[in-house]
Design a protein. Structure first.
Length: 217
């Protein structure tokens, strides 16, 4: 019996084949890029709303994008397929979880993170902790990733004195306090016609360079 995933692959094959859909047939990775991003945001919105029905639909739309891009790539490389993508994920998950799939014993979350980082480093052969962080991602997410990746280096992202001053002002750090700080920062920026997204991105790109300098790259 053909599985729904196999049926989806077959439908996409027919859409892209002669006699299929002209619109689907002319799409490229580049033309579909915005849809991949839009569907991701729509799935995130469904998660935020706790709407499982919408989430199922949006995840389906995301899966469609994966299948679509897989089919386009397969037309250039016959070895590129949804099955190959899935196998790659399976192999990666098993490889990165030796504490689950081998007899390796871990005793703390810190050890888990260290093992994960070492495995990824051996896989990717990256020079810098900043390698692999997409600079096109939203500025706040970019800042979060770069600061997290660089946490063990002597490379402060911001002014430590300012951070401690804020800590004294807000007292106990909580989600509500952080949200209030972010909103206040955006409000201050807008009052002076400053695009908070743009200035944060620019600062994080400068920070990325500083991190690489600390690493000697």
């Amino acid at each position: 019996m053909t599985s729904p995933v196999d049926q989806l692959v077959q439908v996409m094959d027919q859409l892209r084949s002669p006699g299929g859909c002209p619109w689907d047939a002319e799409q490229t990775h580049e033309s579909l890029a915005r849809y991949l991003l839009e569907e991701t945001y729509e799935a995130l919105e469904a998660m935020d709303q706790g709407d499982l029905g919408s989430l199922r639909e949006e995840l389906g739309d995301l899966l469609l994008q994966v299948v679509f891009h897989s089919r386009i790539a397969q037309e250039r490389d016959p070895e590129f397929s949804l099955a190959a993508i899935a196998q790659g994920v399976v192999d990666k998950l098993v490889r990165r979880h030796p504490h689950v799939f081998t007899d390796l014993v871990v005793t703390s979350n810190e050890q888990l993170e260290d093992n994960w980082a070492k495995i990824k480093e051996s896989e990717k052969q990256r020079e810098s902790v900043t390698d692999g962080v997409p600079t096109a991602m939203p500025a706040l997410a970019l800042a979060t990733q770069l600061i997290y990746r660089s946490r063990k280096l002597d490379a402060d992202a911001g002014d430590p004195a300012m951070k401690e001053a804020l800590r004294k002002i807000i007292g106990e750090v909580s989600q509500e306090q952080v949200a209030a700080l972010l909103v206040a920062t955006v409000e201050l920026a807008r009052e002076d016609d400053i695009d908070a997204e743009s200035v944060l991105r620019a600062e994080m790109l400068r920070y990325r360079l500083r991190v690489r300098q600390v690493e000697g790259l």
